[in-house]
Design a protein around this ligand. Structure first.
Ligand code: GDP
Ligand code: IMO
Ligand code: MG
Length: 427
């Protein structure tokens, strides 16, 4: 059975750890959207790996890793990541491939990202300034450059000249020479060549041969369908698997959402359960909640069941991997938002436009915490009773079984529950 693993909150749910953990059950891992705005940290026996563009399955020798047409690729970032992995003893040759239809992040996309943020002033999105939005704008605007376009030098020259000219109109205080961009791309094309392939075709062939595929998401559902305009520019939710890898919906057998036992967000935009005081700091420090890509402190708050229920509905989540339960160890009381109070009304479904700040007040339930640590636990029945009750309540209020509980960043610090859907999918 093929499964999709995607974020059920605002990103950084621990997708990297979960994908790495499940990869031994699959022959192929395919990333379907986003770019190097993602930062997926994986620990293997104490050694740290941070993946941005490359699927988190890459740490397992023999597994094929595919970057789909839905991903925007910055060649410099890709080369850097490959080199870094090589330095850590992970060889990608012959098992990392990038879609010939994937769009390229060009040098001025990054500049445009920064400029657009500056122009928004206080209304800024808080992007990762990796050029993600502008690259997707060019894709939708039908002036993007794809990997396959690098092989037709004359057509590429024309396209780049046209695009750089447009860029020079927007950013008037500097003048970019299109030939520089073109020459750099031609040089990069040489290194990209052996990796460039028809990813959709490869996936179909792999599936026809009976190989199992894991579809890997970046970011999270709320950065896609959530709090517009404070979102990213790609489809992190389930539909992105089909459009971003060129596979039909029937290819997806199971959908596993990854959710933290609390909530975090990087960048701007509403976060109803955000904790500004001591508790917010406590979660940030215990959870080491600092961005893997930009190092920014993550905003922290209680588990938001309204958001996760919304993610469950949009993605058809059949199962949840609940991460970072150990971060709650030692808390006296834990709160869970089950609804919002907006303008005197209790709202149970995630609204199209969330009012900022205190205008959206979470309706909380209080649950007792636990003193016996869950850190490193590998069996559900070994968890303190209050932790088991907390997990059971999250299943009820989210409407999805929690099949996996993560109790630490290492592979081994994981509980897979036999009586929930995931275990059967892996057989
Ligand atoms: P991703 O973007 O969804 O892959 O998540 P990130 O890697 O950006 O952030 C998750 C962070 O939490 C990483 O540093 C992981 O090593 C770490 N992590 C994952 N699962 C657990 C867990 O169960 N407990 C703790 N303490 N850390 C975890
Ligand atoms: P992973 O895969 C958390 C956020 C940015 C910003 C918004 C738009 O590690 O979960 P962008 O640069 O994409 O245009 O920024 O989206 N963002 C993420 N937040 N985790 C991520 O990825 C993110 N990728 C983008 O902080 O608010
Ligand atoms: Mg991350």
């Amino acid at each position: 059975m093929n499964i999709a693993v995607l974020g059920a909150q605002w990103g950084d749910e621990g997708k990297g750890k979960i994908v790495d953990l499940l990869t031994p059950h699959f022959a192929v891992v395919g990333r379907y959207q986003g770019g190097h705005n993602a930062g997926h940290t994986v620990y293997v026996r104490g050694q740290k790996f941070v993946l941005h563009l490359i699927p988190s399955g890459i740490l397992h020798a023999g597994v094929t890793c595919l970057i789909g047409n839905g991903v925007v690729v910055d060649p410099t970032a890709l080369f850097h990541e490959v080199d870094e992995l090589k330095g850590l003893g992970i060889d990608v040759d012959g098992r990392l491939f990038v879609s010939d239809r994937a769009h390229i992040i060009l040098p001025y996309h990054r500049e445009l990202d920064v400029l657009s943020e500056a122009r928004r002033g206080e209304r800024k999105i808080g992007t990762t300034s990796r050029g993600i939005g502008p690259a997707y704008e060019d894709k939708i605007g039908r002036r993007g450059v794809r990997l396959c376009d690098l092989t037709d030098a004359p057509a590429l020259a024309e396209e780049i000249e046209h695009n750089v000219h447009a860029r020079n109109q927007i950013i008037k205080d500097t003048h970019l020479d299109w030939r520089q961009v073109y020459d750099t791309l031609l040089a990069q094309a040489e290194r990209l060549k052996p990796w460039t392939t028809d990813v959709s075709l490869r996936l179909h062939q792999a599936m026809a041969a009976g190989q199992r595929v894991l579809f890997e998401g970046a970011q999270g559902t709320m950065l896609d369908h959530g709090t517009y305009p404070f979102v990213t520019s790609s489809n992190a939710s389930i539909g992105g698997v089909c459009t971003g890898l060129g596979v039909p919906p029937q290819a997806v057998g199971g959908v596993l959402g990854v959710a933290k036992a609390y909530t975090t967000r990087v960048g701007e935009g509403p976060l109803p359960t955000e904790l500004h005081g001591e508790m917010g700091t406590r979660l940030r420090e215990s959870g080491n909640e600092y961005g893997a890509s930009t190092g920014r402190p993550r905003r922290c708050g209680w588990y938001d069941a309204v958001a996760v229920r919304y993610a469950a509905r949009l993605n058809g989540l059949q199962s949840i991997a609940l991460t970072k339960l150990d971060v709650l160890d030692g808390l006296e009381t834990i709160e869970v938002a089950v609804a919002y109070r907006i303008g005197g009304r209790v709202v149970e479904e995630f609204p199209a436009a969330l009012p900022p700040g205190e205008a959206c007040e979470p309706v909380y339930e209080q649950w007792p915490g636990w003193t016996t640590p869950t850190k490193g636990a590998t069996r559900f029945d070994a968890l303190p009773e209050a932790a088991r009750k907390y997990v059971a309540r999250l299943e009820e209020v989210s409407g999805v079984p929690i099949a996996l509980v993560s109790t630490g960043s290492d592979r081994e610090e994981t509980i897979i529950r036999d009586d929930r859907p995931l275990a059967a999918w892996l057989k």
